[in-house]
Design a protein around this ligand. Structure first.
Ligand code: HPA
Length: 274
């Protein structure tokens, strides 16, 4: 790892502030926020108190790290994330993942809200990522490569099949409308044009969004297992009857929150039994 004083400092804070040593971390994206209510909190730390953590600026995202129990399993939960479109660098967007890895996290579940590109998807459905297409125009591993880590990282299997299997099982128990598919990541902050969505569909995308891929790449670089799930908050541009809005994204996500809460709680429970 490139020496980074705030990383060391932040990791020390986590070790100092709680005795919990979770192996699983969950990043709550838009629409997964209410999952917080299911966590038995041991320690809550606002990002403002964690050196190096960028402050999220997006409505609907809170900004704290919670250490606690979910479904009887110790977890670290990142409530809110920093996005590339907010102007943060890739290093800032992925800083939290580096902190979690140094804190001893082995497995990372990333969640997000995404637009449905597949015509089979409806708002309120969920999609487990089986793969991604990085169209963000940037890669978080660009730049010096720390000694001991791969310069050219293999991404044949970013999303871990064992964790994916747990998600499938959890989705069944949570009665979520469930799909598997490919997530295409863009920098945003604009939504896409209908022509772009038609193009992305031809390229093999099932959903589009503005997050997750940088964190997944850095986590894989550090040897973590990764799983990811999208809440389909809207049909992508040109597929549905009306224009897209962040309010629609938040409203659908809120409606789906009963399922997203149950899904993540069941996942954590199953994970604890691995
Ligand atoms: N496009 C990109 N990102 C998104 C969308 C979308 O339609 N919905 C939620 N995040």
């Amino acid at each position: 790892m490139v020496p980074n004083p705030s990383l060391d400092h932040t990791v020390k804070l986590l070790f100092r502030d709680s005795e919990l040593r979770p192996k699983l971390a969950i990043v709550l994206g838009s629409g997964f926020g209410p999952v917080q209510e299911r966590v038995e909190v041991v320690k809550e730390i606002p990002y403002a108190k964690l050196p190096g953590f960028p402050q999220p600026t997006v409505q609907g995202h809170s900004s704290k790290l919670v250490l606690g129990m979910l479904g009887g399993t110790p977890v670290a939960v990142l409530c809110g994330r920093a996005h590339y479109y907010e102007g943060h660098s890739m290093a800032e967007v992925t800083f939290a993942v580096r902190v979690l890895a140094a804190f001893g996290i082995r497995d990372l579940l990333l969640t997000n809200a995404a637009g449905g590109v597949s015509r089979r998807f409806r708002p309120g459905d969920f999609m487990r990522l089986t793969d991604h297409i990085n169209f963000m125009g940037a890669n978080p591993l660009r730049g010096p490569c720390p000694p001991g880590l791969a310069r050219f990282l293999d991404l044949t299997q970013v999303y871990d099949p064992t964790l994916g299997g747990l998600l499938d099982k959890a989705a069944k128990r949570a009665r979520a409308r469930w799909h598997r598919g490919v997530y295409l990541a863009l920098s945003g902050p604009t939504y896409e044009t209908p022509a772009e969505i038609r193009a992305f569909a031809k390229l093999g995308a099932d959903a589009v969004g503005m997050s997750t891929v940088p964190e997944a790449i850095v986590a894989r670089h550090l040897g973590l297992r990764v799983a990811a799930v999208s809440c389909i908050s809207n049909q992508a541009a040109g597929l549905g009857p009306h224009a897209l809005s962040h309010d629609e994204v938040l409203a659908t996500a809120k409606e789906a929150s009963r399922h997203s809460g149950a899904l993540l709680e069941e996942f954590a429970r199953l994970y604890g039994r691995l």
